[in-house]
Design a protein around this ligand. Structure first.
Ligand code: ATP
Length: 469
């Protein structure tokens, strides 16, 4: 039975990939709903493997695995989901005051938002007109031109504030611009660490990809710079915290809530794939909530522009597609597999191949490909999941001739009005309790602060590897 302390347990990320295991209990052995730990110890597999051998070796040695563990929930009655999930979260009684916004409702998916204030910034974007085939828009066109990040910044332009999150190579800080007083998030990467972990190419890719993309559900990069030790990426500060935290507090999401987030992710994947970008690291930790409760995908550390196929082993163990685990060449199909894992995790509170926490065990399970669907999953959702979490690339939805349209046209998404969703013209099921625009970081975990000063001058042996920063 989960206790308050259990759910409150700090999720720590670390660079060694160690994980906390609360219980070796298999998630759905006895059919009882389970709840995972709130410990965010599920990091990414990071390998710059270019051959099968490299990839296998890397999967055994360099993965930084952070998987959730699971415990049986005490009482989870699906009929009480909306109230239970949001009105009485187990880990924190305060933040989830019930408002008209945070009562999840299927209506949210089909009725436009009254909140016009969220729309203005997207209304000039191009949208394909609604086809007669069930309301799914065409894949979004690639932008006419690459968005150029604004000018060059320096550390002196910002007042660095608290840490919002940490990753394998550095951390993300809340900062305030000394010029316009606005708040931003700055990702600081230690160059030596990036080089040591053979992530130079991925880091340069991350910068390039982020500069290139512009979409309502993708993070905006405003600029980059570097000093002798660190790389800096200036992004929008996304105030509502990680979807991961909300999911752990809620244990699992009601069907319409999972559908809302899955639909926003689907639009983002559709956009990325239209530009031949594979995202490769889909998971709730990388999905942030903006002040209105809409998603922003962050962390493009593994995003890759790939017109055809690629072989790199990267991602997060629980979310890896079998073709990645088996070190076969792969393409955009891996993101659709991960979307299936994400939807499963949102609906169940645990990932389908989790088993005792060992990445090797997870990989074995992925290759076996057997998924047990708990009885509370809606039949339409299960049908979609079966079509996404399939090793057969000739059957995986999203990877077929019609691409993302097959996913968007699936019956589980039937009530989604994609054009309105794209314009954020549909109320989110949960609005984070933040004070907008004032640097309110209350939705983020607290981390020990960096002790080494930024902005040091001196020897810079790695600077030449990052010419675009
Ligand atoms: N733009 C942002 N606004 C607010 N918080 C952010 C933003 N970007 C990142 N964060 C926070 O910082 C955390 C780490 O960011 P990110 O995942 O980009 O780092 P990373 O070093 O690539 O991590 P990992 O090692 O898991 O890949 C995120 O999980 C999130 O909590």
């Amino acid at each position: 039975m989960p206790t308050l302390g259990f759910l409150k347990k700090k999720r720590t990320k670390d660079s060694t990939g160690s994980r906390e295991l609360d219980s070796p209990t298999s998630p759905i052995k006895d059919g009882s709903p389970i709840t995972p730990t709130s410990s965010k110890n599920r990091g990414s597999v990071i390998s710059k493997a270019s051959t099968k051998e490299d990839a296998h070796a890397a999967s055994h040695s360099t993965q930084a695995s952070k998987a959730p563990s699971h415990k049986p929930a005490d009482s989870m009655n699906p009929s009480t989901y909306p109230q239970q999930a949001y009105a009485t979260p187990q880990s924190s009684p305060e933040p989830y005051q019930q408002t008209s916004h945070n009562v999840p409702s299927i209506q949210n998916l089909i009725h436009p938002s009254n909140n016009q204030s969220t729309n203005h910034q997207y209304q000039n974007q191009q949208h394909a007109s609604k086809p007669a085939n069930g309301g799914v828009q065409q894949s979004q066109p690639a932008p006419q031109q690459v968005r150029v990040t604004k000018g060059k910044y320096t550390l002196g332009d910002f007042a660095i504030q608290r840490t919002l999150g940490t990753g394998s190579f550095g951390r993300v800080h809340l900062v305030q611009s000394k010029h316009n007083q606005r708040f931003y998030a700055v990702k600081v990467l230690k160059k030596a660490q990036v080089v040591k972990m053979k992530q130079v190419e991925h880091t340069n890719d991350e910068r390039r990809m982020l500069q290139q993309v512009k979409h309502p559900f993708l993070i905006t990069l405003w600029g980059t710079f570097q000093d002798s030790k660190n790389l800096y990426m200036v992004m929008d500060f996304v105030e509502g915290g990680e979807l991961f935290s909300l999911l752990r507090k809620s244990q699992r999401f009601p069907n319409p809530v999972a559908k809302f987030y899955a639909a926003e992710v689907t639009l983002a994947l559709d956009y990325l794939h239209a530009q031949n970008i594979i995202y490769r690291d889909l998971k709730p930790e990388n999905l942030l909530l903006d002040r209105h409760g809409h998603l922003k995908i962050t962390d493009f550390g593994f995003a890759k522009e790939v017109p055809d196929i690629t072989w790199t082993l990267c991602g997060t163990p629980d979310y890896l597609a079998p073709e990645v685990v088996a070190s076969k060449g792969y393409n955009k199909s891996v993101d659709w597999w991960s979307l299936g894992i994400l939807i499963f995790e949102m609906l169940c509170g645990f990932t389908p191949f989790w088993d005792g926490g060992s990445p090797m065990k997870i990989y074995e399970n992925i290759l076996k490909g057997r998924v047990k669907y708990p009885p509370y999953i809606h039949p339409d959702a299960q049908d979609l999941l079966q079509k996404l979490i399939t090793p057969d690339l000739t059957k995986r939805l999203g990877n077929l001739h019609a691409g993302s349209k097959d996913v968007m046209n699936h019956p589980w998404f039937a009530e989604v009005t994609w054009e309105r969703l794209q314009k954020k013209d549909i109320d989110a099921p949960y609005v984070p309790p933040v004070r907008a625009g004032v640097g309110d970081a209350s939705q983020f975990d607290k981390y020990p602060e960096e002790t080494e000063a930024y902005g040091q001058s001196g020897e810079d042996p790695h600077g030449h590897l990052f010419p675009d920063f």
